[in-house]
Design a protein around this ligand. Structure first.
Ligand code: 5GP
Length: 242
């Protein structure tokens, strides 16, 4: 496949989606923009787009090898990836292994408490509403996803959790939680978005140091340095711009 981006279909906070000459394929372009609190806090972080592009391709490939169908096809260049065109399911799936973030806040618990088993949560994908948490009943009754799709997404999210937990574990990093998005294509449910430190919490084992976008959300340091360090841990080599 040699499909080039043509017109822009959608501009998100961290990525752009382009059409290609083939209606079945789109190009995802990773931006250097970092945002938090639904776009209220913004910055441009050098190398972020290219690092996330490489990390996401690596993790999506691992997940696909473990049997989870994904919309990811291949990396086109330093920032662009070819993806199967899907209809995004407007239900974000979060998997949690350790109490943190929104879960800690809403339940008044300290961050860091290990959960006895992973918890799967659902959020309605809506910037206007700040992605409110919903349950599976609400998703079905409101017509956002069918019971079969929700069961499929839950099973796949837990499978992804197993793969990612083992991956980060081998690099001295605890996978605390992460968010996934799925899409529909040809009657199938595919993992349809990036897997990056933008949408995951990754804590250094032993120190609890944040190696993810919370560094930006919480002003804990330089996000570019953090992502370059993470790149080194993933690939075993220093990040160099192309
Ligand atoms: P929380 O619900 O604790 O804010 O987030 C749980 C996990 O999902 C975190 O790893 C967080 O990075 C990810 N997450 C939830 N919503 C979003 C979102 O809108 N954008 C991104 N990039 N990640 C999200």
């Amino acid at each position: 496949m040699t499909l080039a981006p043509t017109t822009i279909l959608y501009e998100g906070k961290a990525k752009q989606v382009y059409a290609t000459a083939d209606a079945d394929w789109v190009v995802l372009r990773f931006k250097d923009d970092a945002t938090a609190f639904n776009g209220v806090k913004k910055a441009s972080i050098g190398d972020k787009g290219a690092i996330n592009c490489r990390i996401s391709a690596h993790l999506l490939t691992l997940v696909a090898e473990a049997g989870v169908p994904t919309a990811f096809a291949k990396v086109l260049n330093g920032r662009d990836q070819l993806f199967r065109r899907v209809e995004i399911v407007p239900v974000e799936v979060v998997v949690r292994n350790v109490v943190a973030g929104g879960f800690a806040k809403k339940l008044g618990r300290a961050e860091g408490e290990r959960l006895a088993r992973p918890i799967v949560e659902h959020f309605y994908k809506s910037d206007a509403l700040n992605d409110p948490q919903i349950n599976e009943d609400a998703a079905i009754v409101m017509g956002w996803a069918s019971a079969w799709e929700l069961a499929c997404m839950r099973e796949r999210a837990l499978q992804v959790n197993d793969v990612l937990k083992a991956f980060w574990d081998a690099r001295g990093i605890d996978l605390i939680d992460f968010k996934l998005e799925f899409g529909r294509a040809g009657g199938a449910i595919l993992l349809a978005d990036e897997i990056t430190p933008d949408g995951s919490r990754l804590w250094e084992r032993g120190t609890g140091r944040h190696l993810d976008k919370d560094v930006f959300r919480r002003d804990l340091g330089d996000l570019g340095d953090t992502y370059r360090e993470l790149y080194q841990r993933v690939f075993g080599t220093e990040y160099r711009a192309e």
